[in-house]
Structures are given as structure tokens and as C-alpha cells.
Design a protein around this ligand. Structure first.
Ligand code: UDP
Ligand code: MN
Length: 446
């Protein structure tokens, strides 16, 4: 799986050892053992301190006694179990608590490590223990279980409107300072499932936010924290580990996916995003939900004297595409009926219709910009040649929102009107009429 330059790379004789921490909830037997055996078979004996399997309250039969009997024969592998379903953050913290290695290596429970995977990770941490290193992640096919690992082609990024992780292209900045193709790349964020970090450094920067549940958000949280508090994140092209990417989550979440993700993301936004949190909150229409207490995490940020999020964006991820902030944002709600302006789809050339207000943002989220455009993700509410209201490429349609709560189309001086059957919106001569009155979600204050 490795390139020739990786095979030739020479690492220090004095590398620190690692505890590998693998959390799982209801993992398949063969998949879990493929993970464990690939680590045992392909890690230098001295460098692998132990493998800690953290069972996050699984109820599958085979993960009880059968797993204990099996791993007892392997040496080096121990099992710890949570007492209730905790989610991956608190499960990892539990593993961290019992780990004895100098370095912690977190891995998912459905992966395969390839020959030579470990040294390139440990080598970077040996050189600077504030470096956090992720392997190049390949794919195990979820149906055939065949695996494939190519050269790294992307770095980790994120979208601020919904605080989601994504892969982005490798920039010149990420390549800066590399001498050979075996050298690592800097990355703005990590995917979160697979990485190595010095145990002392993990302690120093405040492990994880234990208020985060089940899944999600923790990878961005640790990414921002490491960069803002003096460390750095890298992807190693020589360390190869493949992972099963599933189309949907196979286990129970308890609450809804959206609710959990929102809680975790709001916690991280409150603590790390400074004024940038409004980009995200706007899209949530400021319905932050109950995200618990983040005062300890804010105190941690104070104590570590971390830099601002603005610094992070300017220095680590200047490619971030910041949405344009509107004067008015949120839903455009009719005062004549409980209906909101909806684009029906996030794509261009979809219809604009009045739809039952759902309060979830999505296709009912809008921004009225200084320019007069009403848009979402750079697609506008436009008026076609036949005066139809459509969602399309911005081509100069301008609106103003008046004290009478009218949405005035500047080009024709006509007003947005809810038809009397409430099934459509049209342009009509402006007058005092409930069907021409609209309430925007929020006026910008900050
Ligand atoms: N996990 C866990 N408890 C949970 C959710 C996830 O221990 O409540 C484990 C899961 O078994 C996996 C890791 O955390 O080993 C990451 O989760 P998953 O693979 O579902 O995330 P993905 O890779 O799909 O982002
Ligand atoms: Mn996974």
C-alpha cells in the first residue's frame, strides 16, 4: 500500500510506544477482529504497548464472554466496558484513563492497518509532542470487505453553515515545508476516527468535551482546539489505514441524529467559534436547544491562552468559504397564514412556494443581503421574465423589506403576495393587505 519513498523512509530508533484505543458499540465479530489482528500483526512489538477495547454498552452476544475468552489468548488486548451507553467521546475518555502508553492512538472498530502504519505516526510525535497525526485513510468496501488505499489526495476541512466535516483539496500551504513525498501534510481538521496524539499533550489540552453525546462534532472540536492552543494537525502519507464507510449509521442513537449533532456542534461553537458562531446559529435560526453547561470548556480555553477563531481561519484555513451575512435572516413567514417561503429543493430552478413553517431552517432559510438579493448558499429568489417567483442563479433581482412588512421587488415596485388560495406567491401592486405582509425571522444585531 505504501509508495517507494515511504518504504525507504528512516525513523528514529527511539520512538515512544502507544496504547491503541478502540471504542465500539455493537460491532460485528469478524470486523472487530480484523481490526485487532491487523494491529497485532503489523505493529512493531516494542511500540505497541496495548490495545484497549472500549465496549460502549453493546448488547450483541458475541461481544460479551466470547470476546473476553478470545482476547485473553492474544495478550496485549484488554477490554473495558461502559456502564451505560456513553457515545464515542466519553468511551474514548474511559480508554484514555486506563492507557499506559506514551502515545494514544484512537482507531475505529472497523478498520485495517497496513504494514508500516505505526512508525510514521509515532515519529512525528517523537519530534514534537504537540503534533497530532492522522493516517491516510483508505476504504474497505461495506459489501465485499475488499480494501483499497491510495495516496492522500485531500485534507480535512469543514463547512461553517452546518458545522460538518468534509474533505478538501490539498493546498500549497499544506504542502509547504515538505521535502519528500513521505513527509506529512498540515490539515485544518481531522476526520476524527483515526489519529495519534501524545498522552501528555492530550491531557494538557483537555482531552475531549465530555458533554458531547454519541457521535459527531468532537473531531472539529479537537481540531480547532489543537490549532488554536498551540499544536498542529497533520496527515501522514506513509501511514495507511482503511476504514468501512457506511451509508447510514447501523446503531441506535437514542435521541434523533439532528438533536445530538446540534447539541455537540453548539457546544463546540459556543466555546471555540467566537463571533463566527453566528454563521452557524443563523442557519439553526438560533434554536440552539439544550446544550448543557460549557463553562468548564471556556475556562480551559482561558487557561491555555488559546488564540482566536479568527486567527485559526486566517492562518490555518483561509480557504473557508464564509457565507454572506444578511440584514434579515431566517424564515419569511406570511402574516396571513402559517406559511413560509420555501424553495422546495436546495437546487437551482426549483419552485418557490408557501409551505407550512417547519422552523428547521433548511429550504426555508433566507438572507436579505445589503445588495437587495434574497438568497441562500448563493442561489437567489428571482423573478422570471413571466413574473414567476423562482429559486435560481442570482441575476440582479433586488428586494427591499419595508416598515409595512412588504417585500418589494425593486425592479417593478411590486409586492410579494400570497395568493388567496394560499398555494402560491406572486407579484402584485402594493397595498395594505394581509397577504402582502411578511415577517422575517431575525434582524441582524451583531
Ligand atoms: N461508537 C461508540 N459509541 C457510540 C457511537 C460510536 O463507541 O455511541 C464507536 C463506533 O463503534 C466506532 C467509532 O465510535 O468505532 C466511530 O463511530 P462510527 O464508525 O459510527 O463513525 P463514522 O466512522 O461512521 O464517522
Ligand atoms: Mn467508523
Amino acid at each position: 500500500m505504501r509508495s517507494e519513498s515511504c518504504k525507504r523512509a528512516v525513523y528514529s530508533d527511539n520512538l515512544p510506544d502507544t496504547s491503541v484505543i478502540i471504542c465500539f458499540h455493537n460491532e460485528a465479530w469478524s470486523v472487530l477482529l480484523r481490526t485487532v489482528h491487523s494491529i497485532l500483526n503489523r505493529s512493531p512489538e516494542r511500540l505497541l504497548k496495548e490495545i484497549i477495547l472500549v465496549d460502549d454498552y453493546s448488547d450483541m452476544e458475541h461481544l460479551g464472554k466470547p470476546l473476553e475468552d478470545y482476547v485473553a489468548k492474544l495478550g496485549k488486548v484488554k477490554i473495558v466496558r461502559t456502564e451505560k451507553r456513553e457515545g464515542l467521546v466519553r468511551a474514548r475518555i474511559l480508554g484514555y484513563g486506563v492507557a499506559k502508553g506514551t502515545v494514544l492512538t484512537f482507531l475505529d472498530s472497523h478498520i485495517e492497518c497496513y504494514p508500516g502504519w505505526l512508525k510514521p505516526l509515532l515519529d512525528r510525535i517523537a519530534k514534537d509532542n504537540t503534533t497530532v497525526v492522522a493516517p491516510t485513510i483508505g476504504m474497505i468496501n461495506e459489501k465485499s470487505f475488499s480494501s483499497h488505499c491510495s495516496e492522500p489526495s485531500s485534507v480535512g476541512i469543514f463547512h461553517i453553515k452546518d458545522m460538518t466535516f468534509n474533505w478538501g483539496s490539498i493546498t500549497d500551504r499544506a504542502r509547504a515545508g515538505r521535502k519528500t513525498s513521505a513527509d506529512p501534510y498540515k490539515t485544518p481538521t481531522i476526520a476524527g476516527g483515526l489519529f495519534s496524539i501524545s498522552k501528555a499533550y492530550f491531557t494538557h489540552i483537555g482531552t475531549y468535551d465530555s458533554g458531547m453525546d454519541i457521535w459527531g462534532g468532537e473531531n472539529l472540536e479537537i481540531s480547532f482546539r489543537v490549532w488554536m492552543c498551540g499544536g498542529s494537525l497533520e496527515i501522514s502519507p506513509c501511514s495507511k489505514v482503511s476504514h468501512i464507510f457506511r451509508k447510514k449509521s447501523p446503531y441506535k442513537w437514542g435521541k434523533s441524529y439532528n438533536e445530538i449533532l446540534r447539541k455537540n456542534s453548539v457546544r463546540l461553537a459556543e466555546v471555540w467559534l467566537d463571533e463566527y458562531k453566528h454563521y452557524y446559529y443563523e442557519r439553526l435560526m438560533y434554536r440552539l436547544g439544550d446544550y448543557g453547561d460549557v463553562s468548564e470548556r471556556k475556562a480551559l480555553r482561558e487557561r491555555l491562552k488559546c488564540k482566536s477563531f479568527k486567527w485559526y481561519i486566517e492562518n490555518v484555513f483561509p480557504e473557508l468559504d464564509l457565507p454572506k451575512r444578511g440584514i434579515y435572516t431566517g424564515e419569511i413567514r406570511s402574516l396571513a397564514a402559517p406559511l413560509c417561503i420555501d424553495s422546495m429543493s436546495p437546487r437551482r430552478r426549483s419552485d418557490i412556494r408557501p409551505i407550512h413553517c417547519h422552523g428547521m431552517g433548511g429550504n426555508q432559510f433566507w438572507s436579505l443581503l445589503d445588495t437587495g438579493e434574497v438568497q441562500r448558499d448563493n442561489i437567489c429568489i428571482e423573478v422570471s421574465d413571466t413574473q414567476k417567483i423562482i429559486f435560481n442563479t442570482c441575476s440582479g433581482t433586488k428586494w427591499s423589506y419595508t416598515e409595512d412588512k412588504h417585500m418589494v421587488h425593486k425592479q417593478t415596485n411590486k409586492c410579494l403576495e400570497l395568493t388567496s388560495d394560499t398555494r402560491n406567491v406572486v407579484l402584485a401592486d402594493c397595498r395594505l393587505y394581509k397577504n402582502q405582509e411578511w415577517q422575517w425571522g431575525r434582524k441582524r444585531e451583531e
